[in-house]
Ligand binder design. Structure first.
Ligand code: NZQ
Ligand code: ZN
Length: 409
């Protein structure tokens, strides 16, 4: 497959201001076939004496991974308890259960085995154990955490980057409020990544993961704030690599090399690397999706692609140089026509890519029939969640959010 590399660097002419940044990636990564066999020694290395193994709805039981992990801990004489049940869009109720369990059993180390949902739920449990009071306060932006139980991860789906990110996203059952909390305290001490573990994924989840990985870099890329050439080059290379390998995985899901490329890209896409020097990024596609995930319980990656095109068309004129650059360097659009025409071709090309990997490009394809009232509710909750307005490509308020939801029906 031809990667759409430009013939020569495309001058972007968008340098506004290079921002200072903090780059903190304390997670020890152990990557490759069979990496999970190192789990006991890694827990020892980071001081774990009593472990809570936290996982999702059972894929790790069915694949035999959980058994392999507990066998290793048994051999090493490391005591553990288990708590499964983290669902996609993980719930606060299970987090409360996990906190109680850890306190009762004197757990001092968390091991998340699974995807972003198990990892995020484990992070929330860790905040709840290490801090007094209601853990939801952190997700409700009422206070910040002073610590978190140490966490290790065995990743089974390349998607959220939670294995190296500072964030955790939890849904509160009451009012279906989905919120993220970010803190360096929650970053994993180690992340075990064996691409083979992702081969049992349903094709839909593989594609959702690829979409999410792309979005984590695109959210950072589409800014009207500062940027750095090195960051843009890393970002564009990451996006091209994930797109090429996502298409390989549609036809050949057992392709180890493609799985490995995507898995490592997933971590790099959300550990801060592709945002260094910018104003922090846009993040409105994520905010719009979080409302969809909260209300309709859709898969995160699919929710993102369902609103991205409508978001992009709504904002591209306010961020034209970046959309043009994206079209030329990532999507491989020919440099002919006006800047607006090139930018629009880039948006269309990206949507065509989403369709090629069987991801939705609107709410109908996502399987969501939203009433006018639902769209208003989501726009309102989204605006409240961002304290009124958010976005760097273009600053969006409640009425803008509603317009984007309406355009994505
Ligand atoms: O629950 P199990 O049975 O394990 O099944 C899962 C789930 O049904 C399944 N799965 C995972 N690995 C598998 C597998 N099935 C077969 N074989 C495997 N190897 O896949 C489904 C999805 O898993 P989940 O953990 O929900 O997916 P993902 O990693 O995409 O996590 C999504 C959650 O993370 C949040 C999302 O909003 C959503 O709640 N995010 C977290 C972020 C972070 N912490 O940094 C950033 C993201 O932007 C995102 O918001
Ligand atoms: Zn995401």
């Amino acid at each position: 497959m031809r990667l759409p590399f430009p013939e020569a660097p495309v001058p972007h002419g968008t340098r506004t201001l290079m921002y200072g940044f903090k780059y903190y990636t304390p997670t020890k990564v152990v990557f490759g076939k069979g990496a999970e066999s190192k789990v006991a020694e890694l827990i020892r290395e980071f001081g774990g004496k009593k472990v809570l193994i936290h996982y999702g709805g059972g894929s790790v039981v069915r694949s035999g991974l959980l058994k392999r992990v507990t066998d290793r801990l048994d051999e090493a004489g490391i005591p553990y308890i288990t708590l499964g049940g983290a669902v996609p869009n993980p719930r606060l109720g299970l987090v409360y259960q996990g906190i109680e369990l850890c306190k009762r059993e004197n757990v001092d180390f968390l091991l998340a085995v699974g995807g972003g949902s198990a990892i995020d739920s484990a992070k929330a449990i860790g905040y709840g154990v290490a801090n007094e009071g209601d853990v939801w306060d952190f997700y409700d932006y009422k206070r910040t955490a002073a610590g978190c139980l140490p966490l290790g991860v065995i990743l089974t789906i390349a998607a959220t980057g939670s294995e190296m990110s500072d964030s955790s996203v939890i849904t509160k059952e009451e009012g279906l409020v989905k919120r993220g909390y970010s803190s360096d305290h929650g970053r994993a001490r180690f992340a075990i990544m064996d691409p083979e573990l992702t081969m049992t994924l349903p094709d839909y989840q593989t594609a959702c993961g690829c979409a999410d990985i792309l979005m984590h870099t695109m959210e950072r890329y589409f800014t009207s704030g500062g940027n750095m050439e090195i960051t843009d080059a890393l970002a564009e290379g990451l996006l091209r690599t994930v797109m090429a390998n996502a298409e390989i995985l549609v036809k050949d899901p057992k392709n180890y090399d493609a799985r490995a490329e995507v898995m490592w890209a997933g971590s790099l896409s959300h550990n801060g690397l592709t945002g260094c020097g910018s104003d922090g990024g846009d993040w409105m596609t994520h905010k719009l999706e979080h409302e969809l995930g909260g209300l309709y319980d859709v898969a995160h990656g699919a929710g993102l692609t369902a609103v991205w095109g409508s978001w992009a068309r709504y904002v591209y004129k306010d961020c034209l140089p970046r959309f043009k650059r994206f079209a030329l360097n990532v999507v491989g659009v020919e440099p002919a026509g006006t800047d607006e025409e090139i930018a629009l071709k880039g948006i269309e090309g990206m949507e065509a890519f989403f369709r090629r990997i069987n991801m939705p490009t609107n709410l109908r394809e996502l399987g969501v029939k939203a009433s006018e009232e639902d769209l208003k509710t989501m726009a309102h909750k989204c605006a409240v969640g961002v304290d009124g307005a958010k976005g760097s490509a273009k600053l969006l308020r409640e009425e803008d959010m509603l317009a984007i939801y309406k355009a994505s029906v």
